[in-house]
Ligand binder design. Structure first.
Ligand code: EPZ
Length: 422
């Protein structure tokens, strides 16, 4: 989508108040959808977010021969006849995370092929660790004219030590190992909550997995997996984004279904800025009224460190906080696209390599800005909430990849965000 229908208008300066529900987690749902391929029957993900990336993964499953349907937010996937094993570049080019299907295709069919997933605006995003773990499990993988071809009649359990932590590569190894012959030990695994949710889902399907959430995961291969059925957890990055909305507008809001214990590093930074919150019978009461302190140095890191996906949203908040803050992005090479757009709104942000120095407190103003990727787009919406006047955001379709109804949610809280059509 592009042009006027990919544009939203945000009239800033409104205090927020009230409560909202958090959508299901994009980054939990996508690997759980890939895992559903491992059962030759109907699996269901309840409370699944209706977002572009999920629809893309759904289309891929259909392309493989699955039949899918929705009942409200419950996504049903009948993978009985999902016996095709090739995912064209049409899909992998637009959604990199589809690369984790390779392990699932190998586990189900003994072979799989997919168009080489490109990089994206936040960095090169190689897949060497994905190929490493599958090769260690016995897959023969070749690449010809941008098409990855993997084959192995049955993957063999082994010990794989990742040279660096990768969420996707860890998920790739788990999906390849659950139906492999024998025991697999994955070392130096990523510890993101989405790894644990994938393992909970697979265990509910009959997989034998231990150690998820730590950096060492053991998987004992089984012969087959039964139907999956699980509630998708609330999206921790969407929750963090909305807490940033309260912070940037100095408002009080309530999150009705916050993720449990998955935002500690983010909340620590939010508290440092002067943000307040408290749990109350399962809800999270957020008070951003006293957000006023800069953050000397904020470093993104693998979990349980500060999540890179909330780096841009927090940058927007820091642009409104008087004083000097510094962010160091340690996970991706090029994740400051939102900075130059916030500068158009009057922010003082200087990017130098991995670091962004923010001299906050200047009055921001409306502007015409462009989202180049998902979380940067969300950050621009946050920036627009606090300025006097109207901001026009182009590239809203990037935001729709991960946020099911951010405009509607923010308007429920008292913001004034309009789509072109309205
Ligand atoms: C997942 O991406 C998330 N996506 C990302 O969220 C998130 O930012 C990232 O994890 C880090 O938390 C999904 O879960 C669908 P990585 P992933 O492999 O798995 C390098 C969002 O906004 N690397 O942990 O791709 C890579 O380049 C998205 O929702 C290799 O070098 O992230 C990066 O620098 C954006 N070789 C670092 O590791 C590989 O084979 C971490 O990437 C794989 C990754």
């Amino acid at each position: 989508m592009n042009g006027l229908d990919d544009r939203i208008y945000i009239e800033g300066g409104h205090q927020l108040k009230g409560s909202i529900r958090i959508q299901g987690s994009k980054n939990a749902a996508l690997p759980m959808m890939a895992a559903s391929l491992l059962h030759r029957g109907v699996s269901v993900l309840k409370g699944c977010p209706r977002i572009a990336d999920v629809f893309c993964m759904e289309e891929i499953l259909q392309n493989l021969g699955a039949v899918t349907w929705w009942e409200n937010h419950d996504l049903y996937m009948d993978c009985e006849n999902a016996d095709k094993w090739s995912v064209p570049f049409l899909f992998t080019g637009k959604m990199r995370s589809s690369v984790i299907l390779l392990g699932a295709l190998l586990a189900r069919n003994g072979k799989g092929s997919l168009g080489y997933p490109g990089g994206c605006v936040i960095g090169k995003r190689p897949i060497d660790l994905h190929l490493l773990v599958l090769r260690k499990l016995g897959a023969v993988i070749t690449e010809e004219a941008g098409l990855l071809m993997a084959e192995c009649p049955r993957l063999q359990g082994t010990v794989v030590s990742f040279p660096k932590r990768s969420v996707g590569a860890t998920q790739q190894g788990i999906l390849g190992a659950v139906l492999a012959e024998g025991k697999t030990v994955l070392e130096n695994c990523a510890r993101e909550p989405e790894i644990q949710w994938l393992c909970r889902y697979l265990r509910a399907m009959g997989a034998k997995i231990e150690g998820d959430g730590t950096d060492r995961i053991c998987i004992y291969g089984v012969e087959h997996l039964k139907a999956g059925s699980m509630q998708v957890p609330p999206d921790r990055i969407v929750a963090g984004t909305y807490i940033c909305a309260a912070a940037i507008t100095r408002s009080q809001i309530t999150l009705e279904n916050p993720p449990e214990g998955e935002l500690e590093a983010f909340l620590e930074v939010y508290r440092k800025m002067g943000g307040q919150y408290k749990g109350n019978s399962g809800k999270l009461l957020v008070n951003g009224e006293h957000v006023q302190k800069p953050v000397e140095l904020l470093e993104t890191a693998v979990y349980p460190g500060f999540p890179t996906d909330l780096q841009s949203p927090v940058m927007a908040v820091l642009a409104t906080v008087k004083g000097r803050s510094c962010i160091r992005e340690n996970v991706f090479e090029d994740r400051y696209k939102a900075a130059q757009q916030l500068v158009k709104m009057g922010a003082d942000i200087r990017v130098q390599g991995k670091e962004a120095v923010i001299h906050g407190g200047k009055e921001l103003h409306g502007a015409i800005v462009t989202a180049w990727e998902l979380r940067g787009g969300a950050a621009l919406i946050l920036g627009a909430l606090c300025v006097k006047g109207v901001t026009v955001l182009d590239g809203y379709s990037y935001v729709q990849r991960g946020y099911e109804h951010i405009c509607q949610d923010l308007n429920t809280l008292g913001a004034a965000v309009k789509r072109m059509q309205e």
